[in-house]
Design a protein around this ligand. Structure first.
Ligand code: FAD
Length: 396
């Protein structure tokens, strides 16, 4: 089983109500302006710390909420209905935390998890490099053992939370010549400041903040390591080299459920906006909702939204039962991200010129949705993973 607290339906409702109220009061009034300005949402991040979201999936004994994936994915979907970027701030952080929670030594869990749950250290997942994304085994960042330390050199790119965050679960090569390649891969926890003294560490710095089509407000950038030294007892996750690839791919399953939940949020919001606008906008003497061409769009959008939601519930339930959920998480991620993209496009068409206007949310949904088809394993790769699982689970 994945470690989590199964909260009662009443408690889940109360928590989701609190999230809804926060979204309405605090997020909705500022999301558009912050997103257009590509401004870090400092006050909203403070609110999310207060709500406990940085510890959402961390066990209560370490100070987290220990929520199950079902409740967590509902939270992510609701926030994404208003502003998807916010979910990236705590989700990448939680992927880092889950790597420690699932695979760390007892000492590492006791050391890192309370700091992650309280958001004293907010973090990132550092896999991608300028020359390696899908082909993770092609990374070049190297960590060399030197006594009780590791010395890290290399560059990571496209790392969300790398600029505003303080820590990172970093995939490195400890044996660049290993065959197969994944046997030489290791996961480290690295920090910008010494986690005990708070003093800045040498050899770790940010490169460029990357400009993006959507998913703005949240920072995505480069991490550069030049003879960066970290303590092996704290930074080598699980105390053993060669396990990093497995940890990265294991960590990605909840990431895929999260991306799928974001897709649900965008697909549902696009549908809501379309249904509302189609009743208000009149052409040829009647609301456009009465034109068949618009009705077929809304029919497809509604079916896609609900199907995406059900696939996410299914994947979250499978994750909560424990074990590998590549198939369920992959199907949810593939379908919900494509649903988000299609619904965002259709809602924009239904709004005509207003869909293209920066005064309305449609253009933002349209810019945010494509990321979901790329991140946490591209949809091209999801199809391959799903097919492999179908064959593996159904031998002829
Ligand atoms: C906004 C944003 C935020 C991100 N945040 C993070 C983060 O926090 N941490 C992190 O580590 N990474 C992050 N990423 C990187 C993301 O995970 C990668 O972009 C993704 O894994 C794809 O890698 P790539 O961009 O190198 O594409 P490539 O791997 O170069 O792929 C290019 C194309 O080829 C296809 N392709 C590649 N290999 C195959 C194959 N074997 N079969 C079929 N098709 C294939 C891909 O599907 C894609 O269409 C982020 C990316 C973006 C855009």
């Amino acid at each position: 089983m994945n470690a989590h607290t199964k909260i009662s339906e009443a408690d889940e409702r109360a928590f989701l109500d609190a999230i809804d109220k926060w979204i309405e009061k605090k997020v909705a009034p500022v999301a558009m302006q912050l997103e257009h300005a590509d401004e870090w949402p400092a006050d909203l991040v403070d609110d999310m710390i207060e709500l406990g979201l940085f510890g959402a999936l961390i066990e209560p004994k370490y100070g987290g909420l220990g929520l199950d994936a079902k409740t967590y994915s509902r939270i992510v979907a609701r926030i994404s209905e208003e502003w998807m970027s916010l979910t990236g701030v705590f989700n990448s952080h939680l992927m880092m935390a889950l790597i420690v929670q699932k695979f760390g030594t007892e000492k590492q869990k006791d050391f890192w998890l309370p700091r992650f749950a309280s958001a004293e250290l907010r973090g990132a997942l550092g896999l991608t490099e300028p020359d390696a994304g899908t082909d993770l085994q092609g990374i070049r960042t190297v960590a060399r053992r030197d006594g009780d330390h590791y010395v890290v050199n290399g560059t990571k790119s496209w790392i969300t939370n790398s600029i505003e965050g303080h820590a990172c679960a970093l995939l490195v090569k400890t044996d660049p010549d290993a065959v197969p390649r994944h046997r030489g891969m290791t996961m480290l926890i690295v920090t910008k400041n010494d986690p005990e003294t708070g003093k800045p560490m040498a050899g770790i710095r940010n490169g460029r903040k990357l400009g993006k089509l959507g998913y703005r407000g949240i920072d995505t950038g480069e991490y550069i390591f030049e003879d960066y030294r970290c303590r092996a007892d704290l930074c080598l996750v699980g105390g053993e080299e060669g396990q990093g690839f497995m940890m990265a791919t294991g960590g990605l399953e909840i990431g895929r459920v999260n991306v799928a939940a974001r897709g649900v949020g965008i697909a549902k919001r696009a549908l809501k906006e379309a249904v509302r606008y189609a009743q208000i906008r009149q052409t040829m003497g009647k609301p456009i909702a009465q034109h068949q061409a618009i009705q077929t769009k809304i029919g497809d959008m509604a079916a896609r939204s609900r199907a995406a939601e059900l696939l996410v519930e299914d994947a979250a339930a499978a994750y909560d039962r424990g074990g590998r959920v590549d198939l369920e998480a992959g199907m949810a991620k593939l379908f919900a991200s494509e649903a988000a993209l299609e619904n965002a496009t259709e809602a924009m068409r239904i709004h005509g010129a207003y869909g293209y206007s920066k005064d309305f949310i449609l253009e933002r949904l349209y810019r945010d949705a494509p990321l979901l088809c790329i991140g946490e394993g591209t949809n091209e790769m999801q199809r391959i993973i799903i097919a492999r699982q179908m064959v593996a689970r159904n031998p002829a």
